[in-house]
Ligand binder design. Structure first.
Ligand code: ZN
Length: 245
């Protein structure tokens, strides 16, 4: 089975997306899975939709994809996010908006892994898994050994072993078959990492070997930032790309 690139939270950052896709292909990835938030924050929502649509892989719906393609209240978005959603709504082509509107809330990868933006216990409301305790309601819904998530923009692993939930930084690991452990892998963010490292973040997954390998990819965020500024989007959205926060 072909190597799969699993990525999330591109947020309209075309330069980061292209760098991550280039890196994935150079490592032999032939399939691509996107865990949502294709748009929102960045200045290239349409180009990112089109790139990702062309990959032909599974894509699930993030909260920004939903808000940018539906007339929903933005009360629960912070002011920066809400400003970006309003701007993105005006930019999206009808075709890209329709595509975002139809994205599923959750999916599966070949019966090997769940795919969801937030967590499985409430895929339509995108709960955040920041720490082990947050994942407690998620694990009963996880029937497969592995679940890939995004949403927090922080790469991390939660493992439920017996009754305990352990958390750890995301490093390369191999999923061991039959010990009953269940693992959640947050693949971090391509377009707006928030773990203090500004490099684009995603994961290579070998479904045959159960191997998960995180990747960090350097890209030039200057053009990304200047497009954000020229679009009149909040300048903090440009600044944070250099900080990884
Ligand atoms: Zn996001």
């Amino acid at each position: 089975m072909a190597l799969v690139a699993v990525f999330s939270d591109v947020h309209g950052n075309l330069e980061a997306l292209d760098a991550a896709l280039r890196d994935a292909r150079s490592h032999g990835a032939e399939r691509f899975v996107c865990l949502g938030d294709v748009v929102g924050y960045g200045a290239d929502p349409n180009a990112c939709c089109e790139r990702i649509r062309a990959l032909g892989g599974t894509v699930v719906r993030g909260n920004h994809d939903h808000a940018c393609s539906h007339r929903v209240s933005l009360d629960w978005f912070n002011p920066l996010a809400a400003a970006a959603v309003r701007w993105t709504r005006l930019q999206l082509t009808a075709e890209n908006r329709d595509w975002l509107r139809e994205l599923p809330y959750e999916a599966e990868l070949d019966g090997k892994a769940h795919l969801v933006h937030g967590a499985l216990h409430d895929p339509r409301h995108w709960p955040y898994l920041f720490e082990g305790a947050d994942a407690a309601p998620h694990f009963p819904r996880q029937t497969l050994p592995l679940c890939f998530v995004g949403h927090t923009h922080v790469p991390i692993v939660f493992a439920r072993i017996g009754k305990n939930v352990l958390e750890s930084r995301l490093g390369a690991f191999r999923l061991e078959g039959s010990d009953g452990a269940k693992v959640v892998v947050n693949v971090g963010s391509v377009g707006q990492p928030r773990d203090g490292n500004p490099k684009a973040c995603y994961v290579l997954f070998d479904p045959d070997e159960g191997l998960v390998v995180p990747r960090r990819v350097e890209y030039d965020a200057m053009p990304t930032a200047s497009k954000i500024l020229s679009a009149g989007l909040p300048k903090q959205l440009a600044m944070r790309l250099f900080l990884g926060r």
